[in-house]
Design a protein around this ligand. Structure first.
Ligand SMILES: [Zn+2]
Length: 427
């Protein structure tokens, strides 16, 4: 096994501790040792490969907690459905590489848009055929007839509609969940509430029944899978907590009882508001020529305001609020995912350090552990950054500032020959 020795790094370890100067030794695919400056390293033998960081920041790879690698930067879910599966797989693999290029070494998927896209992409990455982040592969969204994402119409052939899988009643949900498990997902995605984008089933409407959510959660528990939920209405959030959903997306209209419920399980549940898809729809969608009217803008603004108010409260209650922004729509394209960290400081009152912890250590916990911090024993997913992200989080949006990207102990992006000069220039 090869041993790699990062020297003279400013270590931002993801735990929330202040950065310190030191060395990190990577043995194979794991971090063997983290040594503050002045203490001798025990793990680095004389012949180890040395990367002198010259004071550049060494931090954990970023985690995207709400990834849709098979969304294809189009305006409507119908476009995600219409692309043939062959082209769709190529686009999904392309997005996987893009995320790793941007420093995202882990992705927790919030749904695929055809049943096997995430699974096949994860397997291709894990076997080394294609570059990409660690991926927790998700099912398509399990919804109800007429629910969010049910694109079927009686005038059309319903046979091949795959963007979501409509199910009705616990028997159908259980069957769909088991089928997704059989195919190899890590995450079962459900859609217990509506959304602002679909006026017929708005955000505040609860769409799944209690026994339907229970059925999916039961299957997940039996098979060792995770459950992720699009839950904007108060009752949908309460259902998620009742039945043990692992990650609640949006939680827009969580009322006092729903917030109390989330707080009561704060050691196991994660909440991710997906701010970017809403913020950009309000403030940037015009650049893309998307329809905008007073009524549409008012609806989106209301969702955004409610989400922000709720997240501020959940944060104060100690609930882990994670970034992750539903990237992959025309107005919110893939690759800009690190913008979420800035939303967290600007809208939710996170300090830059809290935003980093949410995007690394907490994201790592959502992944199932083993990643997200620079600590001995962790898997070696590391970034070398040209500057101090705590001074300007936006630098993480610029792949050019990432001097090196390591995943699982191997460089996806090797340190440049002029690392010394660039690190000195940034200091
Ligand atoms: Zn989503």
């Amino acid at each position: 096994m090869s041993i790699l020795h990062f020297r003279n790094a400013t270590i931002l370890d993801g735990t929330g501790s202040a950065p310190f100067t030191g060395d990190v030794v990577v043995d194979g695919n794991r971090i063997a040792e983290v040594t503050p400056a002045g203490r001798p390293s025990r793990a680095a033998p004389a012949g180890a490969t040395v990367v002198d960081c010259h004071g550049a920041t060494l931090m954990p790879g970023l985690v995207e907690p709400h990834a849709h690698l098979s969304f294809i930067d189009q305006a409507t879910p119908k476009a995600f459905h219409d692309v043939p599966v062959e082209e769709h797989l190529l686009l999904t693999l392309k997005h996987a590489k893009l995320y790793l290029d941007q420093g995202f070494t882990s992705c927790f998927s919030a749904a695929a848009t055809k049943p096997r896209l995430d699974i096949v992409t994860r397997n291709a990455i894990d076997s080394g055929q294609f570059p990409g982040p660690r991926l927790r592969a998700a099912s398509v969204q399990l919804t109800v007839t007429g629910g969010l994402g049910d694109l079927r119409q009686l005038k059309l052939d319903p046979g091949d509609m795959m963007y979501t899988l409509p199910c009705d009643g616990p028997v159908e949900f259980r069957r769909a969940a088991r089928e997704a498990c059989r195919e190899g997902v890590d995450v079962l995605k459900i859609v217990p509430s509506g959304d602002t984008s679909t006026p017929a089933v708005p955000s505040g409407q609860t769409l799944m029944a209690d026994d339907e959510v229970a059925a999916v959660c039961e299957v997940a528990k039996e098979r060792g899978k995770r459950v992720a939920a699009h839950a904007r209405s108060a009752e949908s959030v309460r259902m998620c907590v009742r039945h043990g959903v692992d990650v609640v997306y949006h939680a827009t209209y969580a009322d006092a009882a729903a917030r109390d419920a989330l707080e009561s399980v704060k050691d196991r549940v994660f909440v991710a508001p997906a701010l970017s898809v809403t913020w950009t729809r309000l403030h940037e969608a015009g650049h893309y020529g998307l329809p905008s009217s007073e009524a549409i803008r008012a609806r989106i603004q209301r969702d955004l305001d409610a989400t922000v108010e709720c997240m501020l409260d959940l944060k104060s209650r100690g609930v882990r609020v994670l970034p992750g922004g539903d990237y992959g729509f025309l107005w919110n394209p893939h690759g800009r995912n690190a913008r979420d960290l800035t939303y967290f400081t600007d809208l939710l009152g996170f300090t830059p350090m809290e935003a980093i912890v949410a995007a690394t250590a907490w994201g790592g916990a959502l992944m199932g552990g083993g990643v997200g911090t620079v600590q001995a024993g962790q898997l070696a997913d590391l970034l070398v950054v040209d500057g101090d992200p705590l001074r300007d989080l936006a630098m993480l949006e610029d792949a050019g500032r990432l001097l090196a990207i390591m995943k699982d102990g191997a460089f996806h992006k090797a340190p440049p020959a002029d690392l010394a000069a660039r690190a000195r220039a940034a200091a």
